[in-house]
Design a protein around this ligand. Structure first.
Ligand code: ATP
Ligand code: MG
Length: 389
């Protein structure tokens, strides 16, 4: 008996003429990500993608976990494949679903026959498989309205598949179909969630992190790498660019008025990130900002940081409460890492009374008191690249 994974496409079935492109991208990411686990055939037919292990000893738990984290998938199920022969289908159903049926009290069988050459019609297949299951598991009863388990038999062109219910997939659209963007990642709760949300909308990500040693520690950088490692379960490999930020922060402290420290620092971050983004084929920046959360996230401050960018800046958390953000961070398993107490460069030299309504012209003038152009050039030249898997 061979086990496979059936993948049902998400929103991508809605994409009309683009559908082929979306489907091909999804298949490519499935292949790439599954290759780390073992050898699998991945092929699409009749709006389903089939993931079949090449060898019997494939780790199907790990493969299912991998599939569960890939965007563009609405639902999936582990299923067993059988010859297109009614007796074999019945036998496979009883064997493969043994544990599921033992745990259930009620069930129903649904059949789909897309191979019209198969000699039994769908209702006949359901009736035959149903009575076979009743015989093998006498404690069961049939309930067509609210069954504990729905057994599905699909008779398709190249085989028959038997499965219990579908599991919800990661949703979204396949990564890469939306272009590429650079996320500004800190060690906090918000930016990993922002990364996940934009990747879910089909963006391939690179990450930019600003570090200010010795004010920020190696441990703080390791924490960011660990967060990205967790995001990478959804996105696959992420290239992380660590930017040396110490000199910039020191120059701001020495030359600029204290109430503008944070806003000027954020403008540098955007300018440097945009350069790195452009050099790496990105078309947008992403941040984890949420309106009103801190002084640098008021409308006025955001206007001041956007003024130095020409790329669109995506802020998927802008209208979310902290509680809502935390809920997602728990779901994607980044929360526990995010709350580890390491310093971020944003918390170095924070002004006691930051401006919440900065005037852009004044901020620009203040920023000019630093060695702006040279600092940005040097920061970009000295980035350190780490590939996060
Ligand atoms: P987070 O939880 O993501 O750290 P936060 O609420 O602490 O967010 P800020 O520290 O003001 O907010 O940062 C706002 C956004 O700026 C972050 O979501 C992130 O996108 C970016 N950012 C902050 N610090 C860094 C950093 N050291 N490197 C790169 N980006 C950063
Ligand atoms: Mg932060």
């Amino acid at each position: 008996m061979k086990e496979i994974i059936l993948v049902k496409l998400g929103e991508i079935v809605l994409k009309g003429l683009n559908r082929k492109n979306f489907e091909d991208t999804l298949i490519r990411s499935l292949k790439r990500r599954l290759a780390k686990i073992g050898s699998f055939h991945v092929r699409a037919a009749q709006s389903t993608i089939y993931v079949e292990p090449v060898y019997d000893d494939a780790d199907m738990d790990e493969a299912a976990d991998c599939v569960a984290h890939i965007f563009g998938i609405a639902a999936f199920a582990r299923a067993c494949s059988a010859e297109k022969d009614l007796e074999q289908i019945k036998q496979a159903a009883c064997e493969y679903l043994k544990e599921t049926m033992e745990d259930a009290k009620t069930f129903k069988v649904e059949s789909k026959r897309s191979d019209k050459k198969f000699p039994y019609k769908s209702p006949e297949i359901s009736a035959e498989v149903g009575s076979c299951l009743l015989e093998a598991f006498p404690h069961l009863t049939v309930n067509v309205h609210e069954p504990d388990v729905v057994v599905t038999v699909e008779v398709r062109d190249f085989g028959a598949y038997i499965r219990a219910g579908l599991v919800r997939g990661a949703g979204g659209i396949p990564i890469g179909t939306g272009g590429k963007a650079a996320v500004l990642i800190s060690g906090g709760i918000d930016s990993p969630v922002a990364s996940y949300m934009m990747a879910k909308r089909g963006l391939e990500l690179i990450a930019v992190h600003f570090a200010s040693p010795p004010y920020t520690s190696v441990r703080a950088e390791e924490k960011v790498a660990e967060l990205l490692h967790r995001v990478a379960r959804y996105t696959g490999r992420i290239r992380m660019f660590t930017v040396p930020f110490t000199e910039i922060q020191e120059q701001i402290r020495e030359n600029c008025h204290e109430e503008y420290f944070t806003i000027i620092m954020r403008r540098f971050m955007m300018q440097i990130s945009e350069r790195i983004a452009r050099d790496n084929g990105c078309q947008a920046l992403i941040t984890g900002e949420s309106l009103g959360q801190v002084a640098s996230q008021t409308i006025g401050s955001i206007a001041c940081t956007d003024a130095v960018c020409t790329m669109p800046v995506f802020r998927p958390l802008i209208g979310m409460d902290k509680e809502e953000i935390i809920e997602i961070s728990r779901k994607i398993d980044t929360f526990e890492v995010s709350i580890q107490p390491y310093e971020d460069c944003c918390t170095v030299f924070t002004p006691k009374h930051p401006r919440t309504r900065p005037v852009e012209a004044t901020v620009a003038e203040e920023q000019q008191k630093t060695d702006c152009e040279r600092l940005i050039d040097e920061a970009v030249q000295n980035v350190k690249l780490t590939v996060i898997q």
